[in-house]
Design a protein around this ligand. Structure first.
Ligand SMILES: NC(=O)c1ccc[n+]([C@@H]2O[C@H](COP(=O)([O-])OP(=O)(O)OC[C@H]3O[C@@H](n4cnc5c(N)ncnc54)[C@H](OP(=O)(O)O)[C@@H]3O)[C@@H](O)[C@H]2O)c1
Length: 292
């Protein structure tokens, strides 16, 4: 059985992919089943992962089935987390640890980590590889790195995602949707000319993750970077969204990175790009385009 813990933007794309490409049962653990997109193949189970009684019920629900778990539940807004570190720790670290100690029958476990664990690329330095030292520069990266150590202690896999975007499949709207709406209405948008990432669409990220879950457990490494081949500033991504909406590029205005940084509560890397060769070798693929 597939178990998707936290069916938000990425989780819902994954359920969509698994629904179309697999026959196994799919369970989705969500805080609010009414807010979930009800894919008919998925069984939605109410579960707040910080509530031990909910996790116990979830464990009973899944009992007896070998599980492939995709764990997305997180408090991951960088600036909110900066100001609510203790609340973040309960979700990002304590609940993960409790989940892994409580839910039986896990054959494969994929934890949604982040490029932020690496910190920041020095100017001109190569892309980060899984074997590089991690030096996070914000609390989000620190908490995800600590969470990874719990995942590794259980011999499971941390998947380090780069920035993802795409149209939301849910009622809740993604940054992408808000930009697309403005651009389609002919309104200008300001995008940071910096914060370069190996960004990827949610749709591609979900399909690559699903394919990774087909790799035999014995061949799965403890860490995998999951990202595109490219390097994109926020401004570049704005241009991609404009193209996808058929809006003129001139509506996308460049905002200097230093000006934007003044509004952030916690630090953001100026360039944070990852090497995806390990993933390509595991999946036997040659290219990973952004695909937005
Ligand atoms: N988006 C990116 O660019 C990016 C990049 C790197 C890594 N990641 C990681 O990828 C994962 C998925 O991110 P996303 O973009 O899909 O964002 P998302 O939609 O916010 O996904 C996070 C999910 O966690 C759920 N959640 C939070 N607290 C929970 C709790 N106490 N109990 C149960 N569920 C809880 C949220 O549920 P509600 O809907 O109820 O709030 C939401 O469905 C996250 O772990 C994130 O850190 C994302």
């Amino acid at each position: 059985m597939y178990l998707v813990v936290g069916a938000g933007f990425l989780g819902t794309y994954l359920i969509k992919y698994l629904s179309a490409h697999t026959r196994e049962r799919i369970a989705a653990a969500v805080r609010d089943p009414a807010a979930a997109k009800p894919y008919p193949r998925a069984e939605y189970v109410r579960c707040n992962i910080t509530n031990p009684a909910d996790v116990k019920s979830l464990a009973s629900y899944c009992a007896g089935e070998p599980l492939t778990v995709f764990y997305f539940a997180a408090l991951h807004n960088v600036d909110y987390l900066f100001e609510h570190g203790d609340e973040g720790r309960k979700v990002n670290i304590d609940a993960l640890s409790h989940f892994l100690d409580t839910v039986p029958g896990i054959e494969k476990f994929f934890f949604a980590s982040t490029d932020c664990v690496y910190g920041e690329n020095a100017p001109g330095s190569p892309k980060f590889k899984e074997t590089d030292l991690c030096r996070p520069i914000n609390l989000y990266g620190e908490q995800k790195l600590e969470a990874e150590s719990i995942v590794r202690a259980h011999s499971y896999t941390a998947v380090r995602f780069s920035y993802m975007m795409g149209p939301s499949l849910l009622e809740k709207r993604h940054f992408y949707d808000r930009l697309a709406e403005k651009l389609t209405a002919g309104q200008p948008v300001e995008m940071i000319d910096g914060m370069v990432r190996s960004a990827l669409s949610y749709e591609t990220a979900a399909s690559l993750l699903a394919r990774l879950s087909d790799v035999p457990a014995a061949l799965l490494p403890d860490t995998v970077n999951l990202c595109s081949d490219g390097e994109y500033s926020k401004y570049d991504l704005g241009l991609r969204i404009a193209a996808a909406c058929g809006a003129p590029e001139t509506l996308v205005r460049s905002l200097p990175e230093a000006e934007a940084a003044a509004f952030f509560r916690d630090r953001r890397a100026s360039r944070l790009v990852m090497d995806n060769l390990r993933l390509k070798n595991l999946l036997h693929i040659a290219r990973i385009p952004l695909e937005v």
